[in-house]
Each structure stands twice: as structure tokens, then as C-alpha cells.
Design a protein around this ligand. Structure first.
Ligand code: GLU
Length: 546
């Protein structure tokens, strides 16, 4: 039986040929050097930091070069798929400011290279599988699970490499007539690639991140189509990346080991390989070493963690960029206010050993990112977050947006902005002193002062407080209270002879601060009083237990 007959038997429903698809998906008309990248996640309901890390790389490569960044859904594993898995991917990435130019988008596919969901591409995979059978490069294999297990046991005994290759490739040279009989009898089979690779020969590959890598050729007759006709990742991504005219494949380093398979497949199909960029894993410090972030142990691997806990998307992006490109931090120091997209992203600046991901560092980065945001942006983001995760706080914020904005404006915009907020979930405790509903006294008055003195300081201040005072007038009054009670009006003075005073003006300020805010550290007190207004200011000062 000829390959042709076998191919017809295996793929009776295939109507098109390879040329048809080559014409349907012509090379893209893009400017010289424009890169085409894709994010190709599976809709398993778990979208993780690694996806975002790769997506940022894809997005920058494409958009920095005037190219295209698209979304392909690798939904060949129906068992692992969850309802809304695709929507979750899109909304997560959107919330991090990543937008696709084409692909499996809301409301259907956008772009000329679809369909962008692998399950809708069965005809395409089968067309190219048929082509491989026709050329004698693929064959049906009828190995049962038991046979495979037996083979593995024997390989173990013989201490040889595991897998389906060489003399172990039992059905590789099955006479076509016999294959036909088995198929007609309805015996299940997978379609395997007939590998001509020789592991004693080395492929000289160049990874765009890792540089030159020599890897042995693949000799395994790997599976192209599973018994249900669904393609493996190896086959599907090669077909897709070729027909979708991808120029750069960015993927995790877990795919490095099977790269020779992909190179071999591209060659067998007569196609040019795209450039491959294998990104390093994200790691976490553990003890004195580091380990891969794990789905089971590390909640921070899931992108949902950042949303739920109120990590600003801008901060996560900013921090990931510091991990992605070694010169980003330096650029940020020189360009503190610049848009992150102004940074020139480069594959050559990516590390090859696992990048250490550290939530504390992310927090620090975030404080700077939030400090540089206008109050309105902070307000909008906090309200959006609270709407979903802290409804009572949302109601409070939105009941009087102008008031919330005044609070959020404190210490913002100057040369040395305040850095109180890292997460949106920090905002409620930070703002609580401005809302009587949330206000609690967290710290007591400092020790070592006579209670009657403290009380006197508060009441004296209340007697003179005038909400129309300027900041200077206000501070002069604080000093006057200090002097009236025998406190040093200047800290310097106090330091020269501490025994002469019960304390200094700073201590009086502290009494006021604790009485007003319930904490020893707070934003500018004058501004707080202005925002709280006369009545509430006096109520706090008078109502403070001493
Ligand atoms: N679906 C694969 C994954 O999620 C895609 C790998 C690739 O980008 O080629 O790992």
C-alpha cells in the first residue's frame, strides 16, 4: 500500500492541501524588522506570573518594532479547561495593561490568521499531518498503554534511554497493509513522527536570550496526533506559529529540552524556524538557596493573587520589568517620571538563570510607583479594587469623592512625595483616621510625661486653634503652647540642657498627633486638621484619653 492510500485512509475528511493554507495565510506585510509574537496559554483557569512575564516580553518585542502581538488559545486539553478560562486570561492581561492586536478576543476572533483557538483548527492540523504521512514522515502507531509500559520496563532493565525510538519503535515499519487492516478494524492509534535524527549529531542552535546552544538531534518518534485526533503541543504550535507567521516564540525554559523536536518538525514541513526565546523561571528565595515558584506552595504565582490583594497593576509590571531587563532599574533612576514603554526593552538584557521574585521588593517598587501617581488615579484604582473586595470601604470612598481626593492628595506631587501606599489594600488603614467610622486610637500617649501636662497642652491648643490660620501661624501656636507649659520651643535648645525642660516642641506635637490621629506617625498634621475641619479636630483633641 502506498503512503497515498494510507494518508487517504487516515484522513478521509481532509479537503484542502498545504498550499491552500500557505496562500490563505500569506507572509504578513509588515515593516522590515517588525516582530510577530503570540501568547499561547491554555484556558485552565490558572493564569500565572510566568504567563505575564512572557506576555510582557512578547508585547514589548512586537510593539517596540511595529509588529503584532496576538492571543492564541491552546485549548487542546479539554479535560483541563474551565468555563470562562479564556475570559480570565484576557481580563487578567488587560488589567496589567497588555492589549492584543489580534487573536481570540472578546466578541470573537480578530485578525486574518485565525481561527485562534486550537480546537477550531483541527482541519489545519490534519491537513499537515496528512502531508507528513504522504511523504513517509509520519505513521500510525497502535501501541497500547500496556505495550508502552512493558517497553519502558524493558528499557529500564537494559539501562537504555526511555522512549519510542530505533528498535523500540515497534510500528514504525509496520507494513502498510497491516496498518490498513488494523485501522479498518477500528483499532485505536496515534500518529507518530518518523524521526531520522541521530543523537550523536549535534544541532547548533541560537536562542535569542541564551545565545548559542548545542543540543543532540532528536531520535524519538514523538506523537503528532493523539488517538482522538487532537494534536500534541509539539505539532500544533509548529503548524500555528508557521501559519500565523510568528517571528519570535517566547516561552518558558521548560520547553528548552524539546526544542530539537520542534526544529526537526519545522524542517520536515519545509518551513523556516521562528526565533526562539526561552525565558528563565521565576524563583523564590528559600533558606540559603532558591527554588522555582510553585503552584501548590506559593499563592503569589497566580495572577489573581495580585488583583485580590490589591497590588497595583502598574507596580507589578514595573517590578517584572526590573526582573526582565537588567538595565531597567538604571533607566528608571534616570527617568523617574517616564512612561514605562519609553524604556528600550532588549532580549540581550534578559537573564538566563532564574530571576528571584520577591514580594517585599515588589512592595518597595510599588510605593514609588503609587507615590508618583496623581491622586485621581489612586482614587480611581482604589475605588475599583474596593468595589470588588471591600464594599463598605467602597461605599465610604464614593459617598464623597472630593473628600477622599483631598485625603489622597496629601504629600503628593512635590519633590519628595509620601510613600505610604504599596497596595490598594493599604489605603483603608492609611485613610482610616479621616473617617470617623473607621477611626481607632492605635497608639497611646508617649510615656514619661505628666498626664496633666499633656491634657493642658491639648486644651491650650484647642483654645487657640483657628482653622483659618496659615501653616506658619498654626505652627507658631504649637510653639506657644510648648512655651506656656515650659517645654523648649526648639529641639536644639532642649538638647543643650534637657534637665531644664519637661520636653520640647516636638513632644507637644506628638501629643497633638496622637490625640488627633491615634498614631505616632501620620501625614502633615496641619493638613489633617484642615481636612477634618474644626469640629472634628476639636472633638478628637478633647476626646483623647490621657
Ligand atoms: N500552551 C503552552 C503553555 O502554556 C504554550 C507554550 C508556548 O508559548 O509555546 O506552556
Amino acid at each position: 500500500m502506498s503512503f497515498e492510500r494510507l494518508a487517504e485512509l487516515l484522513f478521509p475528511d481532509v479537503e484542502r492541501d498545504a498550499e491552500y493554507y500557505e496562500r490563505l495565510y500569506p507572509p504578513r506585510k509588515l515593516p522590515e524588522g517588525a516582530k510577530v509574537t503570540r501568547l499561547a496559554p491554555s484556558p485552565t483557569g490558572f493564569i500565572h506570573l510566568g504567563n505575564l512575564y512572557g506576555a510582557l516580553t512578547d508585547e514589548r518585542l512586537a510593539h517596540q518594532s511595529g509588529g503584532v502581538f496576538f492571543l492564541r488559545i491552546e485549548d487542546t486539553d479539554a479535560k483541563r479547561e474551565v468555563p470562562n478560562g479564556t475570559e480570565l486570561i484576557r481580563s487578567s492581561l488587560r488589567s496589567f495593561g497588555l492589549n492584543f492586536d489580534e487573536g481570540a478576543l472578546e466578541g470573537g476572533d480578530r485578525g486574518d490568521y485565525g481561527p485562534y483557538r486550537q480546537r477550531q483548527r483541527a482541519q489545519i492540523y490534519h491537513t499537515f499531518a496528512k502531508k507528513l504521512v504522504l511523504e513517509g514522515k509520519a505513521y500510525p502507531c497502535f501501541c497500547s498503554e500496556e505495550e508502552l509500559a512493558e517497553m519502558r520496563a524493558e528499557q529500564e532493565r537494559e539501562k537504555v534511554n526511555f522512549g519510542y525510538y530505533g528498535k523500540w519503535a515497534k510500528y514504525r515499519d509496520l507494513p502498510a497493509e497491516e496498518a490498513e487492516c488494523r485501522i479498518r478494524a477500528g483499532q485505536p492509534y496515534v500518529l507518530r513522527f518518523r524521526s531520522e535524527g541521530d543523537p550523536s549529531h549535534y544541532l547548533h542552535l541560537t536562542d535569542q536570550i541564551r545565545g548559542k546552544i548545542d543540543m543532540p538531534e532528536n531520535d524519538q518518534d514523538f506523537v503528532l496526533l493523539k488517538s482522538d485526533g487532537i494534536p500534541t503541543y509539539h505539532f500544533a504550535h509548529v503548524v500555528d506559529d508557521h501559519l500565523m507567521r510568528v517571528t519570535h516564540v517566547v516561552r518558558g525554559e521548560e520547553w528548552l529540552a524539546t526544542w530539537p523536536i520542534h526544529v526537526q518538525l519545522f524542517a520536515a514541513l519545509g518551513w523556516k524556524c521562528p526565533k526562539y526565546c526561552h525565558t528563565a523561571h521565576l524563583m523564590k528565595a528559600e533558606g540559603s538557596g532558591k527554588r522555582k515558584l510553585s503552584k501548590r506552595k506559593d499563592p503569589e504565582l497566580a495572577l489573581s493573587f495580585y488583583r485580590e490583594n490589591g497590588y497595583p497593576a502598574e507596580s507589578v509590571r514595573e517590578y517584572l520589568m526590573t526582573l526582565l531587563n537588567s538595565n531597567f532599574e538604571e533607566w528608571r533612576l534616570a527617568n523617574p517620571a517616564a512612561d514605562i514603554d519609553g524604556f528600550r526593552f532588549a532580549l540581550s538584557k534578559m537573564g538566563i538563570s532564574g530571576a528571584l521574585f520577591d514580594l517585599d521588593k515588589l512592595r518597595d517598587v510599588s510605593k514609588n510607583v503609587v507615590a508618583a501617581m496623581p491622586a485621581q488615579q489612586v482614587y480611581d484604582a482604589v475605588a475599583e479594587w474596593a468595589k470588588e473586595y471591600d464594599r463598605p470601604f467602597y461605599d465610604l470612598l464614593t459617598a464623597d469623592p472630593a473628600y477622599a481626593l483631598r485625603v489622597l492628595s496629601i504629600g503628593r506631587g512635590g519633590k519628595k512625595p509620601r510613600k505610604d501606599i504599596a497596595l490598594w489594600s493599604d489605603v483603608k488603614p492609611y485613610m482610616s483616621l479621616f473617617y470617623d467610622e473607621l477611626f481607632t486610637r492605635e497608639e497611646p500617649m508617649p510615656q514619661g510625661f505628666d498626664a496633666s501636662l499633656v491634657k493642658k497642652a491639648l486644651s491650650l491648643f484647642c483654645e487657640t486653634y483657628d482653622e483659618h490660620d496659615t501653616q506658619e501661624q498654626w505652627f507658631a501656636k504649637v510653639k506657644a503652647v510648648a512655651s506656656a507649659l515650659g517645654f523648649a520651643p526648639e529641639v536644639k535648645q532642649y538638647k543643650q540642657s534637657p534637665e531644664s525642660y519637661p520636653g520640647h516642641v516636638g513632644d507637644v506635637s506628638m501629643f497633638l498627633r496622637i490625640a488627633l490621629t491615634g498614631r505616632s506617625s501620620s501625614p502633615d498634621m496641619y493638613e489633617i486638621m484642615q481636612i477634618l475641619g474644626r469640629e472634628r479636630t476639636l472633638a478628637r483633641l478633647n476626646g483623647c484619653p490621657v
